[in-house]
Ligand binder design. Structure first.
Ligand code: MN9
Length: 308
């Protein structure tokens, strides 16, 4: 059973990475360790099997296994959102029902992708999944799967159970507009980590993204700073975060996040093919680059850099 309601969803929510072992199998032990680490850092929730979690590289059964392990490990300490997106409605409904039974608190989904589905087909997709459980649905707006425009989000918001949007787009004035037109309790999560400060300033309730796995402390500071109107501090922390993000996103940042967690003593395993992992020698080069970034931008409060 879900323990939290949609009004409990806010703050810094890592789009949880999924650790695989060197043979590409889901690694339950590493998954539990990563979850424990993130909870100890004070994250406000977790978002499972999304693009950062390599959900599209897993079978539905594997995705279910991840959900079961995380629900068990978290044991109701923070709200959990399960991403159930797939190209086929039937697969998503099956994942949604399983997630509800297992005890997650909310669902999320990208629109069906690859084919250019009509607006009505995308609406029906969200409607069918949302009606299949009693859980709140957070629509996921992301360019990789085909952005849904403001009018579409507005239309989806009329579906009973659609409670918000994970907004990985950069036109942040739309966040303000959504709050104005769809009501303040329509949840908006800013999805571009490099624009967390901007998203929150424009009224987002929280952040869901990849780099909150690696440096949640920076983004918790940004979240708190915006709440207390300390724009200077928020800007400082965003600059620090962006120096790291800009470096990491030039390569496979999912592998870099996993490797960097491992350097800190939280073994986060490997990515699944075709995402590359990096050899020990390549990781040594990365460490040198990170040390240089630390020096250049005076990044004194970033845990993984301090562990280098
Ligand atoms: O929304 C993530 N976006 C993608 C989530 O996966 C495309 C973000 O967290 C980005 O990974 C991050 C780096 O560009 O902002």
């Amino acid at each position: 059973m879900a323990k939290f309601s949609d009004s409990d969803l806010r703050g810094v929510i890592p789009a949880l990475i999924t650790p695989f072992d060197a043979q590409e199998n889901f690694d339950e032990k590493r998954m539990r360790a990563v979850v424990e680490h993130l909870l100890s850092k004070g994250v406000h929730g977790l978002y499972l099997t999304g693009s950062t979690g390599e959900g599209f590289l897993m079978t539905p059964d594997e995705r279910k296994q991840v959900v079961e392990v995380v629900v068990d490990q978290v044991a109701g300490r923070v709200p959990l959102i399960s991403h159930v997106g797939a190209i086929g409605t039937k697969v998503s409904i099956d994942l949604a029902k399983h997630a509800e039974k297992t005890g997650v608190d909310a669902l999320s989904s990208v629109p069906p992708f690859y084919w250019k589905f009509s607006d009505d087909s995308v609406y029906n997709y969200y409607n069918d999944i949302t009606q299949s459980t009693a859980l709140p649905m957070i629509v996921y707006n992301i360019a990789l799967a085909g952005l849904v425009g403001f009018e579409q989000v507005k239309r989806f918001s009329t579906i009973e159970g659609v409670k918000g949007v994970k907004y990985t787009a950069t036109a942040h004035f739309e966040i303000m507009r959504m709050k104005e037109e769809l009501g303040d309790d329509f949840l908006v999560f800013s999805g571009c980590d490099e624009m967390a400060m901007s998203g929150l300033s424009f009224g987002a309730d929280g952040l869901i993204g990849s780099f909150y796995n690696l440096m949640p402390e920076l983004f918790i500071s940004i979240y708190e700073a915006i709440k207390s109107n300390d724009l200077k501090l928020a800007e400082k922390k965003q600059r620090e975060a962006n120096a790291i993000i800009m470096y990491a996103t030039q390569q496979n940042h999912l592998a870099i996040i996993k490797h960097a967690l491992t350097w800190m003593g939280v073994d986060a395993g490997f990515c699944r093919n075709p995402f590359p992992n990096y050899s020990r020698a390549e990781q040594e080069v990365m460490k040198t680059s990170f040390r240089m970034l630390k020096e250049k931008h005076r990044l004194t409060d970033v845990d993984f850099l301090n562990a280098l």
